[in-house]
Design a binder for this molecule. Structure first.
Ligand code: ADP
Ligand code: MG
Length: 444
């Protein structure tokens, strides 16, 4: 909770919890310490600091937090955190809250977004292959369980979806259990190996561009993604010997992938999420993976894009804290509005573009996009904020984060020097581009 003194200074604490990526957590804390924000807004001066949310005992009854916003990137594996966050959620801006992410998996997302009219590839949900865990259960009666299943023909499902196709867990993540199949024999073999997780069979999209958009609040950042890269930490690099390219999307494509990300996030009340879209040879943009409660936010994966991601999170945290905005209770809060647009779009035969624009307007309303942009320009000081951030990204303090992250990610000490050089090189390129963008080149 923010504290106000008689001199109209309001103090805010941002709670940071991210056991998944050292560099993201450390950068948020250190950049905010460097900025030490004193923001003039609504007739007050707002001072903002951070606090690490650690795992500790708390009185459940009447639990409260002093934080005005909390970054939660770990409650999925720690129920102790999860229940605390759920209790305090009505009094704090919580990003992300697990209610929606526990309820909405990849497969639910496909169904809802298809309903809204997005271009989801043909996808059939298939019950799990193995029931070994159920056989071990003392509370489940197998005879009753199996009477709830119908026989089905995998071959017919394969024909319905068409080949090539991808078989993947309905609640998947991190490429685990994802296989491309070219024919029924491969599908059968993959399904036989798929274990106890319900699967999806999805039409494979032959694409010209793979776009991964990470969005934080209304800020959506499309990044090129190289799914063919051998190592996951090289996937945001354009290709061998080429870290990054610019203007690789048309203005129309860029608008659409950004709009889709915002729409999905507003629909489910998510603040930080990644949305993978494939631009098909037919020019159609297909979302294929967009329910990611803890999108990869590590420096070692994001390379060039890392500073902008950190800055986006800092801006969003400052905005929601200082403005006092809270999210609506209940993640389906806007569904009636979305479905009204869908019904109008269907009955009045709107173009796809108009449909997306109308959904986007709801998303911008949800995220207070105009107010946020004004806040960044006026209250944060626009380019001045960018310059202060650049100062930190060029500092030894940031370099220490980089080195610590490399050390943590690459397990073999003999790799560290070379990896430090690699990441420092790309980061220096980002700093150069940022200097150029801010008109600072030539100034040291
Ligand atoms: N329908 C599809 N068309 C083309 N490639 C796909 C499709 N589905 C998955 N893939 C490929 O498989 C990878 C992993 O699948 P994805 O749905 O993103 O699962 P995960 O949640 O495990 O990341 C994707 O990054 C992409 O390279
Ligand atoms: Mg994916």
């Amino acid at each position: 909770m923010a504290k106000t003194s008689a001199s109209k200074v309001e103090e805010h604490v941002l709670g940071i919890m991210d056991p998944n990526s050292l560099s993201f957590r450390a950068s948020l804390e250190k950049l905010l310490a460097h900025l030490s924000p004193e923001i003039k807004h609504g007739g007050k001066t707002h001072k903002v600091g951070t606090r690490r949310i650690s795992c500790r005992p708390y009185m459940t009854l009447g639990a409260r937090t002093e934080c005005s916003a909390i970054v939660n990137r770990g409650a999925h594996w720690n129920p102790h955190h999860n229940s605390f966050f759920q209790i305090v959620a009505p009094t704090v801006y919580l990003l992300n809250d697990m209610t929606s992410f526990k309820a909405i998996d990849k497969n639910t997302g496909y169904g809802h977004m298809y309903d809204l009219g997005l271009h989801i590839p043909r996808t059939v949900a298939i019950p799990q292959r193995d029931y070994d865990d159920l056989k071990k259960s003392s509370t489940i009666d197998l005879e009753l369980t199996f009477s709830e299943f119908e026989m089905f023909s995998l071959e017919e499902i394969g024909e319905e979806v068409g080949y090539p196709a991808f078989i993947k867990p309905q609640d998947g993540g991190g490429w685990v259990g994802v296989k491309r199949v070219e024919n029924f024999a491969e599908l059968q073999a993959a399904y036989d190996e798929s274990g106890a997780r319900p699967q999806n069979l999805q039409q494979a999209i032959d694409y010209t561009e793979f776009v991964r958009t990470v969005a934080i609040g209304p800020q959506a950042m499309p990044m090129h993604y190289n799914a063919k890269a051998e190592h996951p930490h090289h996937r945001y690099l354009r290709g061998p010997g080429e870290a990054v390219v610019f203007n690789w999307l048309t203005a129309e494509q860029e608008w659409e992938v950004k709009a889709i990300s915002k729409i999905i996030n507003a629909f489910y009340g998510w603040d930080h999420n990644s949305c993978e879209t494939l631009i098909g040879h037919d020019g159609v943009i297909y979302p294929i993976d967009f329910c990611n409660a803890y999108p990869d936010s590590n420096l070692t994966s994001l390379h060039f894009y890392f500073p902008d991601l950190v800055k986006a999170m800092v801006k969003w945290l400052l905005f929601v804290s200082v403005s006092g905005y809270r999210k609506p209770h209940g993640f389906s809060y806007h569904w009636d509005r979305f479905f009204k647009v869908r019904d109008d779009a269907n009955s009045k035969k709107w173009s796809y573009k108009k449909r997306i624009q109308e959904y986007e307007a709801i998303a911008d309303d949800h995220f207070h996009t105009k107010k946020f942009e004004e806040f960044c320009k006026k209250d944060l000081g626009g380019a001045d904020f960018d310059r202060r951030c650049l100062e930190w990204f060029e500092s030894d303090d940031f370099d220490e984060v980089l080195v610590a992250q490399v050390k943590q990610f690459f397990k073999f000490p003999h790799e560290w020097d070379q990896q430090n050089m690699h990441y420092r090189g790309i980061h220096a390129f980002w700093c150069h581009c940022e200097r150029q963008r801010l008109g600072l080149n030539g100034q040291g």
